[in-house]
Design a protein around this ligand. Structure first.
Ligand SMILES: Cc1cc2nc3c(=O)[nH]c(=O)nc-3n(C[C@H](O)[C@H](O)[C@H](O)COP(=O)(O)O)c2cc1C
Length: 179
């Protein structure tokens, strides 16, 4: 049975939810998908040999990624490169078709510039606007990003922009990377 490890960083839980759906999709296709927070992976260690495909997923914060993501990559780049590997990002600007592609999503381009690890496979997902869960400063900043990109600015808005069928399809795609 082919196995996929999803390593992820998630502040608000949405990227974790995406990983969960990917695991479900992999299981439904006869594979084994496991997910692990990168903090846990760093603390507990990873049984790298147990997996056929290694995936890292991270949300975008203020145009970049949490520093723990780059710290993880720096520490484990050699491990990530030993197997077929993939990276996906999650952002709310990716809700539009032109910013949902690897080429059109500037956060993905930024990742490729900043990361010493160049993943073999890339994917962009739209995330979630969740103003009520965010502090006033984050809310204000994201309202500005949304105003600029013609998105929702109502501070009571909770909108899930993720295409969940696409997430399931990505799970099946990851299995094909195992060869
Ligand atoms: C502090 C903060 C900053 C964010 N900055 C951006 C941004 O610059 N561009 C963007 O498209 N989305 C931005 N987002 C939206 C997140 O990428 C989106 O909510 C994602 O689903 C969060 O994933 P998580 O729940 O796994 O943390 C931001 C969210 C927060 C809370």
């Amino acid at each position: 049975m082919k196995s996929v490890l999803l390593l992820y960083m998630s502040q608000g839980g949405h990227t974790a939810r995406i990983c969960r759906r990917i695991c479900e999709s992999i299981a439904a296709s006869g594979g084994r998908g496991e997910m692990m927070d990168i903090t846990e992976a760093t603390r507990e260690g990873v049984s790298w040999d147990d997996y056929d495909v290694l995936v890292l997923g991270a949300p975008v914060f203020y145009g970049t990624y949490d520093k723990s993501v780059f710290e993880f990559i720096t520490a484990y780049r050699d491990k990530l490169e030993t197997k077929p590997n993939a990276f996906f990002n999650v952002s709310v600007v990716a809700r539009t078709p032109e910013k949902s592609t690897v080429e059109g999503n500037r956060y993905m381009q930024k990742f490729l510039e900043l990361s010493p690890w160049k993943p073999g496979d890339l994917k962009v997902f739209a995330g979630k606007v969740d103003y009520p869960s965010w502090g006033w400063l984050d809310t204000l900043a994201i309202q500005m990003i949304m105003k600029y990109t013609k998105g929702p600015t109502d501070r009571t808005a909770v909108i899930d922009f993720t295409d969940w069928d696409d997430v399931s399809a990505y799970g099946r795609h990851l299995l094909t990377l195992a060869g």
